[in-house]
Ligand binder design. Sequence first.
Ligand code: FAD
Ligand code: FES
Length: 332
Amino acid sequence: MAGALSKRSPRGVNHSGASAEAERPRHPISNDVEFADRKVGKRMISESTCAMQCRAKVISLATLSQENYRVRLECPELAQVILPGQFFMLRSPDRTDPLLGRPFALYDTYLENGKPVGIDVGFHVVGKMTALLEDVQPGQNLEIWGPLGNGFPELETKHLIQVAGGIGYTPFVAVSREALLQKKYGQTQRTGIRAERASLIYGVRSACFQANMDDLSDLNELDIQICTEDGTAGHHGLVTDLLKPLLESGSADDQVVLTCGPLRMMQAVSELCSKYDVRCWASLETPMACGFGACFSCVVPIKTGEGSWDYRRSCVEGPVFPAKDILWGDIS
Ligand SMILES: Cc1cc2nc3c(=O)[nH]c(=O)nc-3n(C[C@H](O)[C@H](O)[C@H](O)COP(=O)(O)OP(=O)(O)OC[C@H]3O[C@@H](n4cnc5c(N)ncnc54)[C@H](O)[C@@H]3O)c2cc1C
Ligand code: FES
């Protein structure tokens, strides 16, 4: 955490000196009352209450682009309950290195005879676990536990704008399908995300890192806008260059932005949304050790009221937070 935070008060006490819990008894991720009043956010806490641990069989591995892959895992119990924006931990049962599981977002579920029987994981190779995943063979087992985290809120909007950077686009496959009524996730009573129109702004460093959009090719209604930092595909520039005209083209009440990707990209998206008074939720990719709330390795500073803040565990109270509540400058 940045130095500014280390001078502040200890966990559980806000910097105005009062107990954050006493001052604001509601769960901090219910901070979206303002959003709820504007009839877009109903739920911030997952309806799936129990995470499960199981062995998942590798079904297939596909290449999405340079260093980006999709692995398909058979795990019906998890596939039937997991929601867009939730995640799970993965590790190899046959090894102690890496010892800890690694968090991955739901990319999509896959169905057999109309029922979810497994999940797809989109990943970018950065280190030990993802290098192992790059080499998995069909039939091999992985240890998986989930669903974890809150997922994106149930919401209804005229225009859903998803802004992704790099591998941060993975949650938006399931979100787009749900929003455009193409697929249901989780339990049947869930309303989920609903949008009259959906856009995906997807930025990468260079064209070679841009995942092919084959897994979304059947979603004709989804407006996909690509940008690259080096101009090798799509717009030459940043995701915010593409977001700004979209925000300007509609009314704030009719738009909702969801974002996932590099921290500073999400901060820029959040600041732009604040400027246009558009509601925005961010899915943080905070490094995690346990994934279920025990180790506090994943805490992030979140506003808990006027002038006060406290740490929240990204794995339990997140990873999705109202972007306006995240103290972006205090996350390193
Ligand atoms: C809720 C959540 C969902 C995620 N979903 C996905 C996903 O769908 N696909 C995907 O590819 N990745 C996802 N990530 C990131 C993923 O967990 C890390 O890339 C993964 O832990 C790397 O494991 P590794 O063993 O390969 O790398 P490691 O050997 O653990 O690390 C390699 C390098 O990457 C850095 N690193 C590791 N994790 C992070 C992180 N979270 N942020 C910034 N730097 C990091 C390390 O500091 C190190 O320098 C998600 C993270 C979170 C918290
Ligand atoms: S990862 Fe352990 S508390 Fe969040």
